[in-house]
Design a protein around this ligand. Structure first.
Ligand SMILES: *[C@@H]1O[C@H](CO)[C@@H](O)[C@H](O)[C@H]1NC(C)=O
Ligand SMILES: *[C@@H]1O[C@H](CO)[C@@H](O)[C@H](O)[C@H]1NC(C)=O
Ligand SMILES: *[C@@H]1O[C@H](CO)[C@@H](O)[C@H](O)[C@H]1NC(C)=O
Ligand SMILES: *[C@@H]1O[C@H](CO)[C@@H](O)[C@H](O)[C@H]1NC(C)=O
Ligand SMILES: *[C@@H]1O[C@H](CO)[C@@H](O)[C@H](O)[C@H]1NC(C)=O
Length: 380
């Protein structure tokens, strides 16, 4: 005869079996393949650690994060470290958008704009683990209608992370069975391919970036909101990462454009902008980030039409590095010492029908939003 206690133990065992093995004692879920090991937590569906091999064959943790998983929800800086913001990432201009002549007002939580859907953004929420094997994990989230102000209709989304060889793959799906609503997702991944261990520099400027299909970019105002204008980066100009392989992220440092290229009236140095991916062949590498110090190269493939490049201007040294990163005398994340690379659709495309992306950014009954990217790691 089963006592209630036995029943609940059996139920727990059955639930555990349904999602494969269990997280470690710190609450991290690990997946691995021969050339890569990735760890996650349900908070924000966050990638906490990503280990790949450097030119000496040593494991390097190439993404930012915290040792203490309990720090993610309380960190006042909340840089959206390798999490999934949603249901509509990045900015919505002036906190409003219109569908079929109905205007929806969203929360103005970033100046006059909406950032990452407002204060109920997914990167601040616990996802549910609904699948877990040795090389893959799936998280799910239910986003109730209007829980982010002005985002109408329940949305259900799933993100599956998997690894194979030395590649990390990300697949997302979302549906909105009740109403047409803006859905635009990303994996907000922050890299430093040297794990802050290059004694000569912790800055990101000596990493190289190659985006062969990204000559065009969205011109933005001081609040990082696109103005509507599309710029073209001429070879050698500050936003040029398309004309040649091996251009350093800091290639324009020292020029008058560098402080101010990412807005804030000249207070933001480097990059925080959206680059279009034009006419890339299917399965082409669209972004290649590399660092000569570690010799590590990270190649992005994506089905998305553009990518945000943010060179970590707003870090001020108040956040800690992980123990897998840094040096004895280097323990915090300082200004311009990392780069976030976020593949997604055109920023604020729902307010710019002239770009032709508005329809792709709205998902409604009977439709499934999908997003897929992979990062393949290798050596220079
Ligand atoms: C926000 O909007 C108000 C009212 O339209 C305007 O006065 C103000 O300059 C705007 N602020 C920013 C940062 O754009
Ligand atoms: C996201 O939501 C959290 C929790 O409500 C809030 O503190 C934070 O300011 C929001 N993020 C942004 C970018 O608004
Ligand atoms: C959505 O929530 C806001 C408050 O955050 C409220 O003013 C508005 O009426 C709600 N909209 C709908 C359609 O429920
Ligand atoms: C930190 O130590 C390294 C040697 O490990 C040295 O090259 C570097 O200059 C030091 N940096 C600071 C800020 O003291
Ligand atoms: C590293 O980047 C800085 C800033 O762009 C540059 O001045 C320096 O020459 C670079 N160092 C190397 C070794 O390329």
């Amino acid at each position: 005869m089963y006592t209630p206690a036995v029943v609940s133990v059996l139920a727990a065992v059955a639930a555990a079996a349904a999602v494969g093995h269990q997280p470690d004692k710190d609450g991290r879920y690990t997946i691995s393949a021969p050339g890569i090991k990735a760890q996650f937590i349900p908070y924000g569906a966050t990638l906490t650690n990503l280990f790949v091999k450097d030119k000496k064959g040593k494991e390097v943790d190439v993404v930012l994060g915290y040792d203490d998983v309990d720090y993610y929800p309380i960190d006042p800086g909340h840089p959206v470290y390798n999490a999934i913001p949603g249901r509509y990432v990045n900015r919505i201009g002036h906190g409003r958008y219109t569908i079929d002549s109905q205007t929806f007002l969203t929360e103005q939580n970033d100046g006059n704009n909406t950032l990452h859907s407002g204060t109920n953004n997914w990167s601040f929420r616990d996802f549910e683990v609904v699948g877990y094997t040795k090389d893959s994990i799936t998280f799910a989230i239910h986003d109730a209608s209007n829980s982010s102000q002005g985002m109408i209709g329940d949305v259900d989304a799933k993100v599956t992370y998997s690894v194979a060889g030395s590649t990390w793959k990300i697949h997302m799906e979302a549906s909105s069975p009740e109403a047409l609503t803006p859905i635009m997702l990303t994996q907000h991944t922050y890299f430093n391919l040297d794990a802050y261990r290059d004694p000569k520099t912790e800055r990101i400027w000596n990493h190289t970036l190659y985006m062969p299909y990204s000559q065009r970019y969205l011109v933005a105002d001081d609040g990082a909101l696109p103005t509507g204008e599309i710029g073209v980066a001429e070879p050698g100009s500050i936003n040029d990462f398309a004309s040649a392989e091996g251009i350093q992220l800091g290639h324009a440092s020292g020029t008058p454009e560098f402080p101010g290229n990412c807005g804030a009236g000249g207070a933001c140095e480097g990059y925080n902008g959206y680059f279009l991916i034009d006419d890339a062949p299917e399965d082409a590498v669209v972004v290649s980030l590399a660092s000569p110090f570690s010799g590590i190269k990270a190649d992005l493939r994506t089905d998305q039409v553009g990518v945000v490049i943010y060179s970590c201007n707003w870090f001020d040294g108040s956040g800690p590095l992980k123990k897998t990163q840094g040096l004895k005398n280097r323990t915090t994340v300082t200004r311009s010492s990392c780069v976030a690379i976020e593949a997604h659709d055109y920023v604020d495309g729902i307010n710019h029908p002239e770009w032709g992306r508005k329809e792709a950014q709205l998902t409604g009954p009977g439709e499934t939003y999908t997003w897929e990217s992979s990062w393949e790691f290798g050596l220079l």
